[in-house]
Design a binder for this molecule. Structure first.
Ligand code: NAD
Length: 517
């Protein structure tokens, strides 16, 4: 009982999600997990082995693809609003399992329990959105230039959608893709990050229950497990018309080439290097809250984490002092304990990258105003807990140009007009999220104008991190150009067809061409 209290009920959560000590594939091949080598999932929270998962071999993968391809033939014929009803039921199941799944997300990935719950809430929200969307997958009707002709376009499902996801949003990113793809009539094969395979199993179990209860083929939702090699089964497979890949820019460049080489479609959601511009007219209190949450939330492991603060020289010292004070209040520790603000990094490799970044910024001439460091001792046995750090730096430093997936915030000073700050903000390879803190309408509008932020997301008076599912989510440049979630992001999961119907007894040709026989 005591052990259970210390583990914050994680064992109960695993049981309720059907996650076993060793998770392997089903013998029928339906949504097969795999029969290959075991992948062990250790918690960054306490370093304990949570459970193991069998990886997917090439033979397993072939079975999965067969199952998915055959499920597509049934699923695509179901009217879209009925598919929406299935997604609605999936959302209901998620509501039932919200606490258990939120806890597993927190324990396997290391983000706070509140953020784990938030991630599951995002899944529920996108399902609700998708259920409504299932009645709105509309094309346009155009006027034909030929008499007695009607022309319109319609959208059909693509087929099997391959989803490759990153460790930091181990469940939400899958659902952003899958809820939309399902209502569009596609079936999905998901390869979660090898760092968070249990989250994948839990989601798959929930989805399977819903499909079974509706007598639908389980192959509508398939799971494969393993590292990049298992991902490559899909990226090279011509039977998978769309690959949606979320992860590092390094990964995206490889996946983009593999998929393009076979003229497939890819949807890429890659790294960010997000900045907040703080102008002389900024509300400093709001700025500090936004910047601290953006930089240390999820221990700096969000694609939208705030990495750079571009502060006007006139308020630079004031903002710096306020930030340093705020960092003193941060509590670092077990993310399942809701009194802590910052949990662990995903693994020791990530801790090493964090340490390297702190060395690099000093080597390049930067100055650490909040030193950071790796924590050890009681409660920090996993070796994954680090102190959030702040460094004064120059925009052109190599390390500042690079995304370090850890809580390291760079302070950059600008002088003169807001245009100078916008130049600094845009002068990186990535283009995901950006923000300006200002009460000056002119500055805000300049930031949002055609000559303003070049990112996929540009916010005024809120931070860079955290997005609502109703808008299209994604970024430009090395962030990959993909858009997921709300708005018209659904279109990427469908193929467009233009239809022209002649209801006369003549056969006029377009562009007035005559072809008399
Ligand atoms: P990663 O690139 O190491 O891995 C992501 C996924 O890609 C994993 O499932 C991995 O197995 C797979 N993969 C890697 N190489 C592959 C290959 N050659 N072929 C097929 N699959 C391959 O990323 P990570 O460390 O898990 O996640 C952190 C990164 O993800 C950060 O850069 C972050 O900014 C980015 N991210 C971006 C978004 C976004 O929406 N833009 C969201 C979350 C995370």
């Amino acid at each position: 009982m005591q052990a259970e209290t210390v583990r914050f009920g994680i064992d109960k959560a695993l049981e309720s999600l059907g996650v076993k000590a060793v998770n392997e594939g089903t013998s029928t091949g339906a949504n097969h997990f795999g029969s290959g080598d075991l992948i062990a999932s250790y918690s960054p929270v306490d370093g304990q082995l949570i459970a193991q998962v069998k990886s997917t071999t090439k033979t397993d993968y072939e079975k999965v693809l067969e199952t998915a391809t055959s499920a597509f033939k049934t699923w695509r014929l179901m009217p879209a609003p009925q598919r929406g009803e299935i997604v609605r039921q999936f959302a209901d199941k998620l509501r039932e399992k919200k606490e258990a799944l939120g806890k597993l997300v927190s324990y396997e990935m290391g983000k706070s329990y509140q953020e784990g719950l938030g991630e599951v809430q995002e899944m529920i929200d996108i399902c609700d959105f998708a259920a409504g969307l299932s009645r709105q997958l509309h094309g346009l009707t155009m006027h034909s230039e030929r008499p007695g002709h009607r022309m319109y376009e319609q959208y059909h499902p693509l087929g099997v959608v391959g989803i490759i996801s990153a460790f930091n949003f181990p469940v939400a990113v899958w659902s952003w893709n899958t809820a939309l793809a399902w209502v569009c009539g596609d079936v999905c094969v998901w390869k979660p990050s090898e760092k968070t395979p249990l989250c994948g199993i839990a989601c798959q179990n929930i989805a399977s229950e819903v499909f079974k209860a509706n007598n639908l083929p389980e192959g509508i939702s398939c799971l494969i497990n393993g590292d990049y090699q298992v991902g490559e089964f899909m990226t090279k497979d011509t039977r998978v018309p769309l690959i949606s890949a979320t992860g590092s820019t390094r990964m995206g460049k490889i996946v983009a080439q593999e998929v393009a080489a076979r003229l497939g479609k890819s949807l890429l959601e890659l790294g960010g290097n997000n900045a907040i511009i703080v102008t002389p007219d900024a509300d400093i209190k709001m700025t500090v809250i936004g910047a601290v949450f953006g930089a240390v939330g999820t221990a700096g492991q969000r694609c939208t984490s705030t990495r750079r603060l571009i502060i006007h020289e006139s308020i630079y010292d004031q903002v710096k002092t306020a930030l340093v004070d705020a960092y003193k209040q941060l509590r670092i520790g077990n993310p399942l304990d809701q009194t802590n603000h910052v949990g662990p990094l995903i693994d020791v490799e990530a801790v090493n990258l964090y340490k390297k970044a702190l060395t690099a910024v000093v080597d390049e001439g930067g100055n650490l105003v909040v030193e950071g460091g790796v924590l050890s001792g009681e409660g920090y046995e996993s070796g994954c807990y680090v102190k959030p750090a702040i460094a004064e730096a120059q925009p052109e430093f190599k390390i500042v140009q690079h995304e370090t997936f850890a809580p390291v915030l760079y302070l950059l000073k600008y002088s003169g007009d807001v245009e100078n700050a916008i130049d600094i903000q845009n002068n990186v390879a990535q283009g995901l999220s950006s923000a300006i803190m200002t009460n000056n309408l002119r500055e805000a509008e300049r930031f949002l104008s055609v000559a303003g932020s070049d990112c996929g997301i540009a916010n005024v008076n809120i931070g860079t991190s955290g997005a609502e599912i109703g808008g299209a989510f994604g970024g430009e440049k090395e962030t990959g150009g993909g858009r997921e979630s709300g708005s018209d992001a659904w279109k990427v999961y469908m193929r467009r067809q233009t239809n022209t119907i002649n209801y006369t007894t003549e056969l006029p040709l377009a562009q007035g061409i005559k072809f008399d026989l």
